[in-house]
Design a protein. Structure first.
Length: 692
């Protein structure tokens, strides 16, 4: 028997981006474990990825191209050859492109976070074709925009510094479920005497293990941040020197914050004034003592109408108290912009024709957009859809409309997948994609600061092909002879990062493949002496760019689209707010079909506060129907005070076909968008619940 160990990377949409060691015995991957030497991974994997071989060798794995033979949605297919598949796709796309290539749309997101198998060859193909662009907003767009308006880029604290903090605010996230390796460092800080405070409408697994939980109403985080500013300024808990030298617009901010006394904040957020005052004083006094005060702000809180502004407001807080002065202080939303990704080399935007402006479709409104007819405003009707690294029928908002769109008989749909997902059931052609163990890739991250290499551990199973190979074959069949379509995966990976940038000046792909990971060259405390990547070089409490873009240039509160307070008429019909954060054993819709993980989750549940349940004569174990004007789905009730009164929580995202009623939480979510960057409002939802 020949046994080898191969260095790889977790590809999934998680900030941890773990370094993997894959054990291969006679060409078969037998185990996946965390690299004990990688400082972030530290030898530990989440339950999901520790079972990655179950995913790769799953009995339902797609291993051959398929062609639909039944009605759309029925999931009936017959096996075909790769040649037939490529010929069929090239013929259909060629015919559509001859009339208007912008009737063709890619739909993808973070099924893999790899820079090679994600968008590199795919973007080259769609740019050359002249297809519509996809605005990839479904996860992080609003928060990223608000963050960048304030400090200039998605950069911030190094995860490796959190264990040195003395006060940690976990704001809008559940790292036990979705950021395990940050949680390990937070736990170390706790053992060293740090205080942990969770700010979240739901008492998550993480919130249960913090010293304090502030259970504000969904969509009111921006108001809480304004209240903290009010108290910090009123109590003079400020680093005046840092403010004077490294911020812009403090006097205007002072006036705005004065409008948000704790009593007003308490009313808006559904908490007490004492919680506002206590949190502000603890934050300010700890920072002024020179202790590390760290904020981990996550994407949950930005999935509401005012989500971008909420993240902006929170991002102002460290500069007020000088938290950035030390490495264990500041805020982290994402480390994405620390990586000098060479997007031009990867995706080749220069292949696009300059003759016609390219239409952009927001992925968060795909339900409406698939149902639109051609018009001067919209452009051509979407005639073809190529789906890869995504499962929109399960994950996109207002799912009823998404399914209607995918069911159109005149829509030609191709899906690249590992499994026959809800989306694959609607495809005309389904193509088998490789998993992370079967292809080469290179990764940046959004939760730490290491460039990562993924080596192929095993040969592709069956007839599975990497995404890159599919787009190479399709480009060749459509007559695209540009040299870039012949680039190997290794050649693409070797140009992933800009080696002229100081952060990645040491990047060498061959070396990275051997070591598996290498840290960027970045300072421990990025803004200790200012130097923010804004136009002013300062943390911008007042943003002229926001004003130019049509936003309030100062921190503000934007009420939810749907809440009892902001929309009382709707609130009378549907009086319960609903959020649908990730289930611990799923990652978006990935891993739902892994039997051991689905068995751990059990079945779709809805957590309800005892008072709300009693009012509706609901007890734990009852099947309930959750509904609003957009749709409905069913779940088993769990009566618990983990959900604050007025809130219901449906941990997600279940494949529809694996739910008893064939539906999931996105039946009731909305296609309305966030205040900035066109993000989705998954947690800005009113519903009613009734016993079945």
């Amino acid at each position: 028997m020949t046994t080898t160990t191969v260095r790889a990377v977790c590809p999934h949409d998680c900030p941890d981006t773990c370094a993997l060691l894959v054990t291969v015995e006679d060409g078969v991957a037998t185990a996946v474990r965390g690299d004990p030497d990688h400082p972030t991974t530290a030898g530990v994997l989440c339950t999901k990825v520790s079972r990655y071989t179950e995913r790769t060798y799953h009995p339902d794995r797609l291993l051959h191209p398929l062609k639909r033979v039944g009605p759309k949605g029925a999931g009936k297919f017959v096996r075909i050859s790769w040649d037939e598949a490529i010929d069929t796709i090239a013929t259909r796309l060629g015919g559509i492109a001859a009339t208007n290539p912008q009737a063709i749309l890619p739909y993808s997101y973070a099924g893999t976070m790899g820079l090679v198998q994600g968008e590199a060859m795919a973007s080259r193909f769609f740019n050359r074709l002249g297809a519509s662009h996809l605005e990839r907003t479904i996860c992080a767009a609003a928060g990223g925009a608000g963050y960048k308006y304030t400090i200039g880029a998605r950069v911030g604290m190094d995860t490796e510094q959190f264990q040195n903090a003395k006060l940690i605010l976990i704001w809008g996230g559940n790292p036990i479920a979705s950021n395990l390796h940050l949680w390990m460092r937070v736990q170390e800080a706790k053992r060293n005497g740090a205080k942990l405070i969770a700010i979240d409408p739901y008492r998550s697994l993480t919130a249960e293990k913090c010293h304090q939980h502030i259970a504000l109403l969904p969509g009111t985080d921006a108001a809480l941040a304004l209240g903290l500013m009010h108290v910090l300024i009123a109590d003079n808990l400020l680093d005046h020197d840092y403010i004077a030298h490294h911020t812009l617009g403090f006097e205007q901010l002072r006036e705005r914050a004065a409008e948000w006394p704790p009593e007003r904040v308490a009313e808006v957020c559904g908490i007490t004034a004492g919680e506002v005052v206590g949190l502000a004083r603890e934050y300010g006094t700890s920072a002024l003592r020179g202790e590390g005060v760290a904020i981990r702000v996550n994407y949950g809180l930005q999935r509401v109408h005012g989500g971008g502004m909420a993240v902006r407001n929170i991002t102002c807080l460290p500069a007020l108290v000088g938290a950035w002065r030390i490495a264990a202080g500041g805020v982290q939303l994402s480390t994405s912009d620390s990586f000098p990704k060479n997007k031009a080399a990867l995706e080749r935007p220069d292949l696009s024709s300059n003759d016609t402006p390219v239409r952009t479709i927001n992925m968060s409104t795909i339900g409406d957009d698939l149902l639109r007819d051609a018009s001067p405003e919209f452009g051509p009707k979407i005639a073809a859809l190529i789906v890869y690294n995504s499962n929109p029928v399960a994950v996109a908002p207002e799912s009823g409309k998404v399914m209607q769109g995918f069911a159109r008989e005149d829509l030609f749909t191709v899906v690249l997948e590992h499994f026959q997902t809800d989306t694959a059931d609607y495809a005309d052609i389904v193509l088998p994609a490789t998993t992370q163990l079967e292809h080469v890739d290179v990764h940046s991250t959004y939760g730490h600061l290491y460039m990562m290499a993924n080596n192929a551990a095993i040969a592709p199973l069956g007839e599975a092909k990497p995404n890159t190979e599919f787009f190479r074959l399709l480009a060749a069949r459509m007559g695209f002879d540009d040299a870039c379509f012949s680039d190997s995966d290794d050649a693409i990976a070797s140009n992933a990062f800009d080696k002229t940038h100081v952060h990645a000046i040491h990047f060498d792909w061959n070396s990275l493949k051997r070591t598996g990971w290498q840290k960027l060259v970045v300072p421990d405390a990025p803004f200790a002496n200012g130097g923010f990547p804004t136009l002013s070089g300062k943390c911008e409490f007042y943003s002229a760019q926001m004003l130019a873009d049509g936003f309030d240039p100062l921190p503000a509160y934007i009420a939810p689209h749907e809440s009892v307070a902001s929309n009382p008429v709707l609130g009378k019909k549907y009086p319960l707010a609903m959020i649908s954060p990730p289930a611990r054993n799923f990652l978006n819709s990935s891993f739902v079909n892994v039997t051991s993980l689905r068995a751990t989750e059990g079945e779709p549940h809805l957590d309800m506060h005892p008072a709300d349940a009693a009012q509706r004569q609901i007890v734990s174990g009852d099947t309930v129907r959750i509904f609003n004007e957009r749709g409905s789905f069913e779940a088993k009730a769990r009566v618990t005070d983990r959900a604050r009164q007025g809130l219901v929580v449906g941990l997600s995202i279940w494949w529809k076909k694996m739910a008893a009623d064939g539906k999931n939480a996105n039946e009731v979510t909305s296609q309305r968008l966030t205040d900035m960057a066109g993000g989705p409002t998954f947690y800005d939802v009113l519903v009613e619940v009734e016993k079945q």
